[in-house]
Design a protein around this ligand. Structure first.
Ligand code: CO
Length: 170
């Protein structure tokens, strides 16, 4: 496994549409393994292949809910409902944060690394991560879906609320 360089905002590749994965071979598995290592190193909850410079419809997420890293190849959202508002960032846009509206629950149809189709469901943070990563495959970034970036002061306030456990009360 190897750490790959994460592309950042000014790189035009992030705005391109990724192509479907058609071969479920060792080359794909190496990419997925590298993405996993790169995401862990960067402390992310998700990563799309385009973020490491590969225009392929592959994403991984790990929202720390005990289910480990989930690999989604050629994913598509087949159902969504509810609404949530929450803080969102992106490994490709370091230091940028915003409050973004997302569905609270999504159902995603995707292949695993061997090409088998299955349904992955997510609520809350997992739904947010799924939407965010799938957006990357069509060149969309969270800044397209926000009203404005959070200021340093707003970020600090949100962080303090989390430490004091207010978020769960709200
Ligand atoms: Co991102």
């Amino acid at each position: 496994m190897a750490i790959r360089i994460i592309r950042t905002e000014e790189d035009p590749i992030l705005r391109k549409t990724s192509r479907p994965v058609t071969k479920f071979d060792e080359k794909l598995w190496t990419i997925l393994d590298d993405m996993r290592e790169t995401m862990k190193k960067a402390n992310g909850v998700g990563l799309a292949a385009v973020q490491v410079g590969l225009l392929r419809r592959a994403v991984i997420i790990d929202v720390d809910d005990g289910s480990g890293v989930i690999e989604l190849i050629n994913p598509e959202i087949v159902e969504y409902d509810g609404e949530q508002e929450g803080q969102e960032g992106c490994l490709s846009l370091p230091d940028k944060w915003a409050i973004v509206k997302r569905p609270n629950h999504v159902k995603v149809r995707a292949q695993n690394r061997n090409g088998a189709w299955r349904i992955v469901e997510g609520e809350g943070l997992k739904a947010r991560a799924l939407c965010h990563e799938i957006d990357h495959l069509d060149g969309h970034l969270f800044i397209d879906r926000m009203e404005k970036l959070l200021t340093q002061e707003e970020l600090r306030r949100l962080q303090n609320e989390r430490i004091n456990g207010k978020e769960e009360d709200a």
